[in-house]
Design a protein around this ligand. Structure first.
Ligand code: SF4
Length: 473
């Protein structure tokens, strides 16, 4: 499971902003591995460089040297294989003359189909299949003179998820949607400013954390310093998966370190679903902290029974099931010396489709595990996500089709226990009403808009439906 994208923005005089952005993107590689890009501006001109691949494959000394100026934005993109192409790489630059912006986006626009139609009718030409280009064209289509007002206009029209960094030739902006679904934080660096998806990006380049960019906030940075503008927000809805899985262990969101939150989730699992066992094994890397919490709370020793080959790419983008199956074996190597004859508690962050878990359990059994008790940090995912996470349909979600005992039998575990929603919120230690929990509860933060968009999509002719891949970017 994955969502989409990391964004970075830096405004700093007398700094190599492209290089700093490169290192910030490198720290945020976990949020997207398909393509990477940086755009810079020097007060007059834009430079942009994007390419498919990991950050270190995309940039070299030559490409970074070409990216001159004191303002930079950067982007790492995640996508499914179907829409993985260079035209969708970001940042993208749109507009003409003084009405030009570069933009990088993390999120998913629910009403992008309507807006794409409307803007196309007005003569705006689209070069990619991303809704990022919809946002960009919406901003430059505004008749307002001031950039903040243009962005405000777009915010009033957009429905969905957007954490943005964008720049004109002389200003940097950071924008977060009114629900605050994806994280965005603000920091300082050598008298300049950085805006990034996660705090770990700030840490790596020696920037100091200032605060979160608030839901509904526009931050504008230029020669005159930093200014903040807030749009009215009625409800917050930060994606709970940032705490379960997406964000890096050493990042903090809303003051809560991810490592501590995940350890507490594991401890909660041990309290809610105790079991007689000999070992706790966490599925590397994402469930290691939770497995540590389970072990600590239960008193059962934590053993690295599965070793991950870090350099094998994601398994689920392979379209062929046979290759996927092989992918699990390529990815994880069990240690029979540690597992033989043992009753194992296997801790994982989530079960989405249930396609990988049976293979992992089988690996443990083949390595000699006598019992495998599955413990899962995330409560059962019963509802699709319409906000950019790649679990878009009920058919894909195993918990939407099967009860917990049925899932246990399907994955071949001796027992299966999920952390409860209350246990999850207790572990995160933040108020429940600031989160989106829609895929767990079915209570969507913007339900009417989703229904409207589905109806509009269904009403479009088939050849137009494919013009936007609204499910994934
Ligand atoms: S529906 Fe689930 S995955 Fe999607 S944004 Fe909400 S909490 Fe995150």
């Amino acid at each position: 499971m994955h969502e989409s994208c990391a964004v970075v923005g830096i405004y700093a005089l007398n700094e190599d902003v492209a290089r700093l952005t490169f290192f910030a993107l490198f720290a945020l590689q976990h949020r997207g591995q398909e393509s990477s890009g940086i755009a810079t501006a020097d007060g007059k001109r834009f430079q942009v460089y994007t390419k498919m691949g990991l950050v270190t494959q995309v940039f070299n000394e030559d490409s970074l040297k070409q990216l001159t100026g004191h303002i930079a934005i950067g982007h790492n993109r995640y996508s499914t294989s179907g829409s993985s192409r260079i035209s969708n790489a970001q940042p993208i630059v749109v507009g003409e003359g003084s009405n030009t912006i570069a933009i990088a986006h993390n999120g998913n626009i629910v009403n992008s189909v309507h807006l794409h139609e409307e803007l196309s009718d007005q003569g705006y030409v689209f070069r990619s299949s991303t809704d990022t280009e919809v946002i960009a064209n919406l901003i430059i289509s505004s008749t307002e003179k001031d950039w903040v007002d243009k962005i405000r206009y777009a915010m009033h029209r957009l429905q969905g998820v957007y954490s943005l960094t964008l720049m004109t030739n002389d200003r940097l902006f950071g924008v977060r949607d009114p629900l605050g679904l994806r994280p965005l934080c603000l920091g300082t660096i050598n008298g300049g400013w950085i805006i990034a998806s996660e705090t770990c990006a700030l840490d790596h380049i020696g920037a100091g954390f200032v605060r979160e960019v608030e839901p509904g906030e526009i931050i504008s940075i230029g020669e005159d310093g930093l200014k903040s503008y807030r749009e009215k927000t009625e409800k917050k809805a930060l994606c709970i998966f940032e705490y379960i899985y997406f964000a890096r262990l050493d990042s903090a969101i809303n003051g809560r370190l991810l490592y501590q939150a995940r350890q507490a989730m594991g401890a909660g699992l041990a309290e809610e679903h105790p079991v007689d066992a000999d070992l706790v094994v966490g599925l590397p890397e994402s469930a290691i902290a939770a497995a540590g919490g389970y072990a600590q709370q239960s008193g059962i020793p934590l053993v690295p029974g599965l070793v991950k080959n870090r350099y094998v790419g994601r398994t689920f983008i392979e379209p062929d099931q046979r290759i996927r199956d092989l992918g699990v074996k390529l990815k994880f190597n069990p240690m029979p010396q540690m597992l033989a004859g043992k009753r194992v508690v296997l801790v994982d962050d989530s079960i989405v489709r249930g396609t990988t878990t049976p293979h992992v359990i089988e690996l443990l059994r083949k390595a000699g595990a006598k019992e495998v008790h599955m413990r899962v940090v995330c409560p059962p995912i019963r509802f699709p996500c319409f906000f950019g996470v790649d679990m878009a349909t009920y058919q894909e979600l195993i918990a939407a089709r099967k009860t917990v005992p049925e899932v246990r039998d399907f994955i071949g575990a001796d027992s299966l226990g999920h952390l409860s929603i209350n246990g999850l919120i207790k572990a995160v230690a933040l108020p429940k009403d600031i989160f989106c929990l829609a895929c767990l509860t079915g209570d969507y933060p913007i339900p009417v808009q989703i229904e409207m968009d589905k109806l509009a999509l269904e009403s479009l002719p088939a050849n137009k439906r494919s013009t936007l891949d609204i499910e994934q970017r």
